[in-house]
Ligand binder design. Structure first.
Ligand SMILES: *[C@@H]1O[C@H](CO)[C@@H](O)[C@H](O)[C@H]1NC(C)=O
Ligand SMILES: *[C@@H]1O[C@H](CO)[C@@H](O)[C@H](O)[C@H]1NC(C)=O
Ligand SMILES: *[C@@H]1O[C@H](CO)[C@@H](O)[C@H](O)[C@H]1NC(C)=O
Ligand SMILES: *[C@@H]1O[C@H](CO)[C@@H](O)[C@H](O)[C@H]1NC(C)=O
Ligand SMILES: *[C@@H]1O[C@H](CO)[C@@H](O)[C@H](O)[C@H]1NC(C)=O
Ligand SMILES: *[C@@H]1O[C@H](CO)[C@@H](O)[C@H](O)[C@H]1NC(C)=O
Ligand SMILES: *[C@@H]1O[C@H](CO)[C@@H](O)[C@H](O)[C@H]1NC(C)=O
Ligand SMILES: *[C@@H]1O[C@H](CO)[C@@H](O)[C@H](O)[C@H]1NC(C)=O
Ligand SMILES: *[C@@H]1O[C@H](CO)[C@@H](O)[C@H](O)[C@H]1NC(C)=O
Length: 446
């Protein structure tokens, strides 16, 4: 993350639920430079995109962040910046897999309740109309940052906390759009629908929405009493459940709205209210701020790495039995035992017990630690001590591997930036970018 700036690259966004963090220094320079020169844009794409695909699955580039509201001077070159980036992607034949867009603050949408009456602040129509044309013609999406926290805070009590936190509401408290008769059970859906309606007001009806930021702060100052760990956990847990349920919004039921959680780490050096430093799921140190309540969300959310377990050979195990376990795991068990070959990362120490431990642990992790998969006729047992050593990283240790659940990579790794929203990465703190997230890079990411 050195670069960062203002163009963000979202890697693998599709799965829906991701975590991001942004770094914004120099944003203005970059955006202005890219928006004024196709060569600068092409150079940026060469260094930050082309150089990293296909090893990194980059699926979108977010140009700037809330440019209209936070950097209005750059607004006149915003659409040019998108077009230049797009042209460079076309030249590299990457435009089908990588979409270009720019995240907006939801404050560009006015009169957002009832959603059916919403429209974009007309001041920005000269930018918004060409932008929507660009998004439509390139098959991209409208990127939107959605913060029910601020709607709640600014409503002076009109917006109930439960409505902002996706908690069930009594029927008489549900919000009903009197024009469409659609029922809204949470602020998030209402904001997303307001954006759909604002686009249709300008006659754009087929541009999908991608929520590039959403979250809730875990701590605030005395004027922010609802910035609490409990509310942050409730919001983010319910958001993840809501998004992964793929139920869409009342206006567009069934159309999933992929969402990035803001944010992975607290940005402890930010200025402003206390809440500004406390949006993260993790402290800057890597320790978690809270553990999401995802236990009822199915296997995707099994929090089995919060307390990691590994399957190892018992110390007194018979070596013939261990050899048999090793052979079985690497054969019928379908474990990739290539790291055990001479010269590879897990060859040393070259003993049956060590090799068997690697193989049976891999099998155990591969079977999602299900009951009975760490036995091997009694020679194996479960431990919480990570057996990784040197460059030999054991699966399940959050080291270098990525776990995949139906196509969604979850994983936990080191030095990264963003990560998936699954509990697998609650293993202490660091992730990799596979899935997660992110990158916003280089601009990005997080
Ligand atoms: C890249 O990510 C997109 C969206 O998640 C997915 O559809 C695509 O299959 C991925 N491509 C590769 C090569 O993994
Ligand atoms: C920039 O635009 C000019 C004029 O349209 C074109 O000739 C040139 O090839 C473009 N350069 C790049 C790097 O795309
Ligand atoms: C619309 O945007 C302009 C420019 O940022 C701003 O001055 C104005 O207050 C906005 N209108 C509303 C109603 O928020
Ligand atoms: C999940 O979606 C179904 C229908 O798509 C809906 O009935 C249900 O209420 C949703 N559950 C949650 C937790 O949003
Ligand atoms: C994964 O896919 C299988 C089969 O397609 C399905 O039965 C299962 O529910 C999916 N699991 C998750 C967590 O989506
Ligand atoms: C998930 O976390 C809960 C509470 O922290 C715990 O009771 C449960 O055993 C954990 N599940 C797994 C699979 O570790
Ligand atoms: C992990 O282990 C610690 C200490 O044994 C325990 O306090 C905590 O509740 C466990 N967490 C989960 C999610 O099981
Ligand atoms: C990483 O995951 C892949 C795919 O599941 C597996 O084949 C490989 O053995 C794993 N590597 C490690 C070091 O666990
Ligand atoms: C993580 O970052 C540290 C310090 O920058 C570096 O020494 C280490 O090699 C990195 N690890 C990986 C897996 O990239």
């Amino acid at each position: 993350m050195e670069m960062l700036s203002l163009v963000s690259t979202l890697v693998q966004m599709s799965p829906t639920c991701q975590v991001q963090q942004r770094l914004l220094p120099f944003l203005r320079l970059k955006i202005l430079g890219i928006g004024q020169s196709n060569a600068t844009a092409a150079n940026w794409v060469a260094r930050n995109v082309i150089a990293h695909v296909p090893a990194t699955n980059i699926t979108a580039i977010a140009v700037g962040s809330e440019v209209l509201t936070s950097l209005p001077n750059a607004a006149p070159v915003l659409v040019s910046a998108l077009k230049f980036i797009q042209a460079a992607l076309v030249a590299a034949n990457l435009d089908q897999q990588i979409k270009v867009s720019t995240p907006h603050s939801s404050s560009v949408i006015l009169d957002s309740f009832p959603p059916s009456q919403a429209f974009f602040n007309k001041t920005w129509d000269p930018v918004m109309v060409p932008l929507l044309n660009f998004l439509q013609s390139t098959g991209s999406y409208l990127m939107l940052n959605v913060y029910p926290y601020y709607d709640y805070m600014q409503s002076n009590g009109v917006v109930p906390l439960d409505y902002a936190l996706f908690r069930p509401l009594p029927p008489n408290k549900e919000a009903i759009d009197s024009n469409t008769l659609l029922h809204y059970t949470n602020v998030f859906d209402a904001i997303v629908d307001a954006a759909y309606f604002a686009m249709s007001y300008l006659k754009f009806t087929n541009i999908p929405i991608l929520v590039t930021e959403s979250g809730w702060p875990s701590k605030g100052d005395s004027s922010e009493p609802d910035a609490t760990v409990d509310n942050a956990n409730t919001y983010n847990s319910n958001l993840i459940r809501h998004v992964l349920n793929n139920s869409g919004t009342p206006k567009q039921p069934g159309i999933a709205v992929s969402t990035y959680i803001y944010e992975l780490y607290n940005e402890d050096l930010k200025s402003g209210p206390v809440s500004e430093n406390n949006w993260g799921l993790f402290y800057a140190s890597g320790a978690q701020v809270y553990t999401l309540h995802l236990t009822n969300s199915g296997t995707v959310f099994a929090n089995d790495t919060t307390n990691q377990t590994f399957c190892v050979a018992k110390s007194n195990a018979d070596s013939k039995m261990l050899q048999a376990a090793l052979d079985w795991a690497c054969g019928p068990g379908k474990v990739d035992c290539s790291p055990l070959l001479q010269g590879q990362s897990c060859y040393e120490p070259n003993s049956v017990a060590s090799h068997a431990t690697y193989a049976i642990n891999s099998y155990y992790q591969q079977m999602a630690k299900s009951a009975g998969t760490c036995d091997f006729k009694g020679v194996a047992s479960i431990t919480t001590t990570n057996p990784s050593h040197g460059s030999c990283i054991f699966s399940g240790s959050g080291g270098k591997n990525v776990t995949s659940v139906n196509g969604t990579a979850l994983a936990p790794s080191t030095n990264s930036t963003n990560s998936g929203c699954l509990s697998q990465y609650y293993n202490g703190g660091f992730f990799t970018s596979t899935v997660i997230l992110t990158l916003i890079l280089s601009v990005v990411v997080l």
